[in-house]
Design a binder for this molecule. Structure first.
Ligand code: PLP
Length: 382
């Protein structure tokens, strides 16, 4: 008999939904046309592409030209940050101390400052305000943290930026200040309405919402000054050159549609599973520390510290027992570097190296949670 595998790493990536796969299929095979070509079949694909762009735009509360299809959240983050900084090379950029590496790495190519976070991992609006200078052109704060699930107060941060804009205009400083959010972890659980969130740019991806990897979109509000970072043909309003990855775009759109339609029900169901996991793990292993915000958390991520235990070893032992989880961000896995997210929240290196991330999704159920706790208890009591 093959061992049952329990996948608890949905924050790293999600399996593709069969309906998404179906929506993509024809664009690999008989309907393979380049949307920029001039004959009828290609024009039809272009029209269909505009149709799905409208669907994505609707979920983001955006207009058609405000959506740029792109290869995943890493590229979307790079375009947002590098694209704005190309326009304002002497400007400053402000990021929270818990951003994903795909925001941190491009941000530090420029004059960058980090906003400290609270012990719960929150970038408080007042802390953001303190770090804004007359030169700040871009503030980037992720909607949902990929290691802890903490949700950032974007609306409040957006209000601070509104105040800064008004003050700048009074002083005759015409430098803009934009708010970008990396919403890669939010698509299944939160509204992505950009104007309600108060953001000027937002990155989303398909690989975490049961769509294809290397699919994604960057929302760019009309008026934001942005330069492309990939030069070539004029695709995607001149902002992302290269023949469109048509199947991936259709996959992203189908995945987003389904994720957003299941959002309320799945959030409720996973909130229950998350609470169950936390209750059972702290009952079975009372030394366990849960990291992040209790009140402001996405429903699919639990960061748990098992004091005195080596997280790499624990993760491998769980893997042998059929439980797949992560030592933190998938991007840091195997590097041996402690998490910058947990460090920013005040966790010592030792605690960070004893921390595992469990993340849940559409196929997770109560039995999976019970099995994970049972295996954790068995391994940790040896
Ligand atoms: N941003 C966050 C918050 C993530 O969790 C990830 C993936 O782990 C990314 C960006 C990168 O996304 P992609 O793999 O689509 O480039």
């Amino acid at each position: 008999m093959t061992k049952k595998i329990i996948y608890l790493d949905y924050a790293a990536t999600t399996p593709m939904d069969p309906s998404v796969f179906k929506a993509m299929e024809q664009y690999f095979t008989y309907n393979f046309y380049n949307p920029s070509a001039s004959y009828l079949a290609a024009k039809r694909v272009k029209k269909e592409l505009d149709g799905v762009r409208a669907g994505v735009a609707r979920h983001l509360g955006a207009k058609l030209p405000e959506i740029i299809f792109i290869a995943g959240a890493t590229e979307a983050n790079n375009l947002a940050l590098q694209g704005v900084m190309k326009q304002f090379p002497d400007g400053e950029i402000l990021i929270s101390a818990v951003e994903h590496d795909s925001v941190r790495t491009p941000a530090w190519l420029f004059d960058c400052h980090e906003i400290p976070v609270t012990k719960q991992g929150i970038a408080e609006p007042l802390a953001v305000e303190k770090f804004i200078s007359d030169n700040t052109v871009l503030v980037s704060v992720g909607l949902v943290n990929n290691e802890t699930g903490t949700i950032q107060p974007l609306k409040e941060i957006s209000s601070i930026l509104g105040k800064v804009r008004a003050e700048r205009s009074k002083k005759g400083n015409n430098r803009p200040i934009y708010l970008h959010t990396d919403a890669a972890q939010a698509g299944c659980y939160l509204s992505l309405n950009a104007s309600r969130l108060g953001v000027d740019m937002m990155s989303i991806n398909g690989g975490k919402i049961y769509g294809p990897k290397q699919s994604g979109a960057l929302f760019v509000k009309t008026g934001v000054r942005l330069s492309p970072i990939i030069a070539g043909g004029g695709q995607e309003w001149g902002m992302r050159a290269g023949t469109e990855n048509v199947p991936a775009i259709f996959g992203l759109a189908a995945a987003l549609e389904k994720a957003q339609s299941l959002r309320t029900a799945e959030s409720k169901r996973l909130t229950g599973l998350r609470e169950l996991f936390i209750e059972k793990v702290t009952e079975a292993l009372p030394n366990t520390q849960i990291n992040g915000s209790k009140k402001h958390s996405a429903p699919h991520i639990v960061s748990a510290t098992f004091q005195g235990r080596d997280n790499e070893r624990l993760m491998m032992e769980l893997d042998e027992a059929g439980i797949q989880c992560a030592t933190g961000s998938a991007c840091h896995a195997g590097t041996g570097t402690p998490s910058h997210v947990l460090a920013a929240m005040g966790l010592p290196d030792k605690a960070s190296r004893s921390t595992l991330r469990f993340s849940f999704g559409r196929h997770t159920n109560e039995n999976d949670i019970a099995a994970a706790i049972r295996e954790l208890k068995r391994i940790l009591s040896r």
